[in-house]
Design a protein around this ligand. Structure first.
Ligand code: HMG
Ligand code: MG
Length: 309
């Protein structure tokens, strides 16, 4: 089972989007820009910066255009954003985005509450997004949410996940990220879902997106990378969750997954010290401690060293 560890794993940082969309304290636009610019210097090569959605639904990201225009685009870093529909794509293109991500849930109720459409209507709306984006030379990623469980419907049939992965690939997305939106997934379930998904998609086109609500995210990553998955989504400090998914807490923390992978000899290209410096600043911005265990240990060690000096 665990014999396909890749030599390198790409971390897809979603803190500025999946993290900040769930924070109650408003973060000023200039601070978001500084946060993304600091992330760009940590060695991360993929950063999801914001969402071109209806600002009434996600007021935390209402400054999407200003953020997309103001960040410093560093060579070698890909900057992406969520878009739910054609209006989102047009706004993203106008703001200079070169990568977008569409999103759909594997359960009807979550999908309806998240984007006010059925799953079929959402797929139909993607016709106006994926093709035109690709024609404009823009990369398109996709998320399938509620893969491992739905806050409204409970268990989710993996067949629905497999079907959606197939539909999304047929429409031309370059990668599908499998989302454990409310952090209920467990390791053998992850193995089973991935085995079924690999029947319709090559491992290189699959990413995993775990929320750490119940403490299973790292174990789930271990299973996924052991099966050859080489893109893992995470959020700095363990920020975030989905506001339309009751019970969702933080994403898997970037520091924690980078620490685990580098200890296993798997390259991420990311400087952990630089991540810790970023996280400390972000904790001050959102006004609360961040859940990352690596971060807590690093800050604790620093404080002890300071006292001893
Ligand atoms: P709707 O109300 O059905 O949209 O919302 P509509 O087409 O009927 O239009 C209504 C209004 O929305 C109109 O404005 C449109 O212009 C506006 P009005 O005339 O009332 O002034 N509108 C837009 N404005 C800005 N940008 C747009 C846009 N589209 C329409 N793109 C809609 C449908 C999809 C827009 C809405 O449901 C929405 O914005 N949802 C946001 C959902 C969201 O962002 N959820 C969180 C992200 S998903 C997630 O976190 C999971 C993930 O992390 C993976 C995982 O963890 O599993 C990805
Ligand atoms: Mg998420």
């Amino acid at each position: 089972m665990m014999d396909r560890f890749p030599a390198r794993v790409a971390i897809y940082e979603v803190g500025p989007r999946d993290g900040l969309q769930n924070e109650s304290r408003p973060v000023p636009t200039a601070d978001k820009v500084a946060f993304i610019d600091a992330l760009s210097k940590t060695g991360l090569q993929h950063i999801e910066i914001t969402s071109f959605v209806n600002p009434k639904w996600i007021p935390q990201l209402a400054d999407v255009v200003e953020v997309a225009r103001a960040i410093e685009r560093r060579l070698g870093v890909g900057y992406s954003c969520l878009v739910p529909n054609r209006q989102g794509l047009d706004r993203a293109l106008a703001a200079g985005m070169r990568e977008v991500a569409v999103f759909i849930s594997a359960s009807e109720t979550h999908n309806k509450k998240n984007v006010n459409k059925t799953i079929a209507e959402t797929l139909a709306a993607f016709e106006e997004v994926i093709g035109p984006a690709r024609e404009a030379g823009v990369k398109v990623r996709a998320y399938v949410s509620t893969v491992f469980g739905c806050p409204y419907e409970g268990a989710v049939d993996p067949k629905k996940v497999v079907e959606l992965v197939g539909e999304l690939r047929a429409r031309g997305v370059y990668q599908v990220s499998l989302g454990d939106t409310i952090g209920v997934g467990t390791p053998l379930q992850v193995r089973s879902v991935l085995e079924q998904v690999f029947a319709v998609a090559p491992v290189e086109e699959i990413a995993v997106h775990f929320h750490d609500t119940r403490g299973t995210a790292l174990a789930n990553v271990l299973i996924a990378v052991g099966m050859g998955v080489s893109t893992v989504d995470s959020a700095l400090g363990g920020l975030g969750g989905c506001p339309y998914a009751p019970g969702a807490s933080g994403n898997l923390a970037t520091e924690d997954v980078v620490y685990m992978l580098s200890g296993m000899g798997i390259e991420t290209g990311i400087d952990l010290e630089a991540l810790v410096a970023c996280s400390s600043k972000v904790a001050a911005l959102v006004g609360h401690e961040l859940p990352s265990k690596y971060l807590k240990a690093a800050l604790g060690a620093r404080a002890r060293k300071g006292r001893a000096a």
